[in-house]
Design a protein around this ligand. Structure first.
Ligand code: 6GU
Length: 246
C-alpha cells in the first residue's frame, strides 16, 4: 500500500520508522511518502495560512497551496488515491473504516494545522476523487498529524504480512464477526501464580471449547461494564445472556 502525507510537520511522522510500521516499510508492504506542504508555497516566508473571511479567531490554510500540493502528489502516481482529511468535524474513524482503508492501494492524508483548510479544497477534491473527512474521537487536537499516525497504524497492522500472527487481527475488539462490538477480555502469561494472583483455571485446562466460551463471557462482562452502549441484547445468544446476567 502506498501512503502519502502532506503536512507542514513531516518530521512528526518519525514514529513510522519504528516497530511494526518500520518493519512493514522495510518489507515493502507499506510505502510511506512524506511531503512538506511549504514546498508548494512560493512567497519568501513560505506562507500557508491567512486570516478567515468573516472574521473570527485563528488562521485558515490557503487553498492554492493545498491544491498545488495535492495535484502534484496525484500526478506522481497511478490512478487516484483516496484522500483523507482529518478533522474533529469529520465522520468517526472506526475499525470498520480502518478495514475499508486497508483494502485501498493508495491513501493520501492531508492533515491541517490552525483552524483548518479553506473548504473549497474539499469541494474541489470531493468531486475529483473519493474524499473522507474523518475524526478520531470527540476531543480536539492541535492538528491532524497525530490523527494520521493513529489511522496509519490502525490500517497498517491489517495489511497482509504485517502482524506476526496472521490471525491476531480477527480477535480484535470491534473486529467484524464474533467480536463485533465486544471489547477483548483479560489475557495472562506465565507464571501461573504471581504475587498470590492465580491465572483462571480454565485457561490451563487445555479445553478449547470451554476456553472460547470463557473468553466470550469475559468480553461480554467487560463490555457491559465499560461500554454498555455497545451491547445489542437482541443479538446475544442464551449463553451470552447468562454470562451478563451472572
Ligand atoms: Cl482528525 N483532528 C484534530 N485536529 N482534532 C481531532 C481529530 C482530528 N479527531 C479528533 N480530534
Amino acid at each position: 500500500m502506498r501512503i502519502d502525507v502532506i503536512s507542514i510537520f513531516p518530521e512528526y511522522f518519525a514514529p513510522l520508522d519504528v516497530s511494526l510500521m518500520g518493519k512493514a516499510r522495510a518489507k515493502g508492504i507499506l510505502d510511506v511518502r512524506l511531503h512538506q506542504l511549504r514546498e508548494w508555497a512560493h512567497d519568501v516566508h513560505k506562507t500557508v495560512d491567512d486570516t478567515p473571511y468573516g472574521g473570527g479567531p485563528g488562521m485558515v490554510m490557503k487553498p492554492e497551496i493545498w491544491g498545488a500540493a495535492i495535484d502534484d502528489v496525484i500526478a506522481g502516481g497511478e490512478g487516484l488515491p483516496r484522500l483523507i482529511v482529518p478533522t474533529p468535524s469529520g465522520r468517526p474513524f472506526t475499525q470498520a473504516v480502518a478495514l475499508e482503508y486497508a483494502a485501498e492501494p493508495w491513501l493520501l492524508f492531508a492533515p491541517a494545522r490552525y483552524e483548518g483548510i479553506d473548504s473549497r479544497v474539499m469541494i474541489e477534491y470531493g468531486s475529483r476523487l473519493r474524499l473522507d473527512e474523518v475524526s478520531i474521537g470527540d476531543y480536539v487536537l492541535a492538528g491532524g498529524e497525530a490523527a494520521v499516525l493513529v489511522m496509519v497504524e490502525a490500517v497498517a497492522r491489517l495489511l497482509p504480512g504485517v502482524l506476526g500472527n496472521a490471525v491476531s487481527a480477527v480477535d480484535d475488539s470491534f473486529a467484524p464477526g464474533a467480536m463485533e462490538n465486544l471489547l477483548e477480555g483479560p489475557v495472562f502469561t506465565k507464571p501461573p501464580v504471581w504475587r498470590g494472583h492465580e491465572v483462571p483455571e480454565v485457561l490451563l485446562s487445555g479445553h478449547h471449547g470451554k476456553i472460547a466460551r470463557w473468553r466470550r463471557d469475559e468480553a461480554l462482562r467487560r463490555t457491559l461494564r465499560t461500554r454498555p452502549e455497545l451491547i445489542e441484547r437482541g443479538e446475544l445468544s442464551a449463553a451470552d445472556l447468562r454470562a451478563i446476567e451472572s
